[in-house]
Design a protein around this ligand. Structure first.
Ligand SMILES: N[C@@H](CCC[C@H](N)C(=O)O)C(=O)O
Length: 286
């Protein structure tokens, strides 16, 4: 039987859904890379595997296009929420899903389920929780060297690790140049997602993103939450703001206890029934 995948995007951050209840393939690093490859496969910024059904909880596994597993994805979680509605797995308006980073509560804000609010959990700036090497401390505005150039960096965990660099001018070229070094820098034992942050005013920020295991992306939910959290923590913004990314805008609100609410849109691209040829190649890589 051929493999069928559904494709969605969150503000241009595109994911394929592999529903294990409908497909029979053992996923490996090698076949994940081929599925996500934009030339030889279907192409995406990642793969969402689920729902894995159990004890009233819906679980999703989040895989980067290099085959590594991520603890969480903000856009991925919203996309998965939309898929659960489209495929008839959930009827409620508000429900919980499980990721490697813990539980997220999702709420549909419209009938179609294209606008979703997610309670993402709490931000942590502590080095051992991000993780960042060295003595336990909050990693706020520290100097770090990426490719022999010093940058002022604030690091944060929102289920997955992020480093935020506050600058006046940001661009795709610059984040790619820095991200190439920061992703695997010695400071970060579990690697890192990188954001360049530009503060527009107290309720608007702009970011450029270089994701761990994926490279440059047009948007990222957790990156938006991390950059918003860092901007607020540095006193640059109010707790509620719009995060502008090349692919679109997210609304992020940091609650008093540090919990983050993220609201954004999801788009459906279509269903991909893979060719016999590609299915056989994926099976050979099991
Ligand atoms: N696109 C994502 C983040 C995906 C995971 C990330 N690459 C990681 O390895 O932590 C998002 O929308 O948050």
């Amino acid at each position: 039987m051929n493999i069928t995948l559904e494709k969605y995007h969150g503000l241009g951050n595109d994911y394929l859904i592999f529903d294990p209840n409908k497909n029979d393939l053992k996923l490996t690093k090698e076949n994940i890379r081929l599925i996500c490859n934009r030339n030889f496969g279907v192409g995406s910024d990642g793969l969402l595997v689920g729902p894995i059904l159990g004890q009233d909880k819906l679980e999703v596994k989040i895989l980067n296009p290099d085959g590594s597993e991520a603890e969480i994805s903000g856009n991925g979680v919203r996309i998965f929420g939309k898929y659960l509605k489209d495929a008839g797995y959930v009827q409620k308006n508000r429900f919980i899903i499980n990721t490697l980073s813990g539980q997220q509560t999702l709420q549909y804000l419209n009938e179609e389920g294209t606008k979703i609010k997610v309670s993402m959990g709490k931000l942590s700036f502590y080095s051992d929780e991000i993780p960042v090497t060295g003595p336990r401390r909050e990693v706020l505005n520290e100097t770090m060297m990426f490719g022999s150039i010093p940058y002022r960096v604030t690091c944060v965990n929102i289920g997955n690790p992020h480093c935020v660099i506050w600058l006046n001018d940001i661009s795709k070229e610059l984040v790619c140049r820095i991200g190439k070094y920061s992703e695997s820098a010695e400071y970060f034992p579990e690697k890192i997602n990188t954001q360049l942050l530009k503060v527009v005013d107290r309720t608007n920020i702009e970011i450029e993103i270089y994701e761990r295991g994926a490279g440059y992306t047009l948007a990222s939910g957790t990156s938006g939450c991390a950059a918003a959290g860092a901007a607020y923590r540095m006193g640059l913004t109010d707790p509620k703001m719009y995060v502008h990314m090349p692919g679109g805008v997210l609304e992020v609100e940091i609650e008093e206890d540090g919990n983050v609410l993220m609201t954004g849109e999801v788009g459906y691209v279509g269903r991909f029934s893979l060719s016999h040829e590609l299915t056989e190649q994926l099976k050979a890589l099991q």
